[in-house]
Design a binder for this molecule. Structure first.
Ligand SMILES: [Zn+2]
Length: 210
């Protein structure tokens, strides 16, 4: 055994000392690289698949309502927007978890919170062969927009602003929206994570000019 080992070691040292041996070793990986390149260009079906898959993935539900972003985050947490955006079409919680790279339990928790407001709704269906039930979720965005708008209006109503003034509250406003920005009491600004409900930029402390 020991005799064989030494002979092998000798062979290796011989090869590495020769320049020809090194050159051969280098040329080998270069050839290997050419093979996958060729196979990609040859198979047309593989190319089509590669193009269509990301296109389907990028199809996302757009949240255009200015109040909706903030409202969904308020009720569903920081992952809410990311999850809701995946509902361009009905999907299972497992599908969404895979796409968002989240735990299924995390997705379910957000869906349940949105379900409490009637925004996330599910349909149960039974697989005839396996007997298992599956749940497919979808988003009622028209309903979500209605609630969001009502909530924001309530937050900035004359009564709530008036009572804040009486309480001697500190106010915040959005410099970007300027005169169009409401004066937002501290408590409400905190609910909005100090982000403008109209444009999403940061709210600044509002100093009364007297
Ligand atoms: Zn703003």
């Amino acid at each position: 055994m020991s005799g064989k080992k030494t002979s092998k070691a000798k062979l290796i040292s011989k090869g590495s000392s020769k320049k020809v041996g090194k050159a051969k070793k280098l040329s080998a990986p270069a050839k290997k690289l050419l093979i996958p390149k060729k196979s990609i260009t040859i198979s047309k079906s593989a190319k089509i698949k590669a193009v269509s898959a990301p296109a389907a993935k990028s199809k996302k539900l757009k949240i255009e309502d200015k109040y909706l972003n903030i409202f969904l985050t308020q009720i569903g947490g920081e992952r809410a927007i990311q999850i809701v955006q995946e509902f361009a079409a009905p999907a299972s919680d497992e599908d969404i978890a895979k796409r968002c790279k989240l735990k299924v339990s995390e997705v379910r928790a957000v869906l349940n919170k949105l379900h409490n407001y009637g925004i996330a709704v599910y349909e149960r269906s039974r697989d005839e062969s396996s007997g298992w039930y599956s749940y497919v979720w979808k988003m009622d965005m028209a309903h979500a927009s209605k609630i969001a708008e009502a909530r924001v209006k309530e937050d900035f109503s004359v009564e709530s602003t008036q009572s804040s003034i009486e309480q001697g509250c500190q106010f915040y406003h959005c410099k970007d929206c300027g005169n169009a920005s409401p004066k937002i009491p501290f408590e409400t600004a905190m609910d909005y994570s100090f982000k403008c409900p109209q444009c999403g930029n940061g709210l600044a402390f509002y100093e009364k000019k007297e």
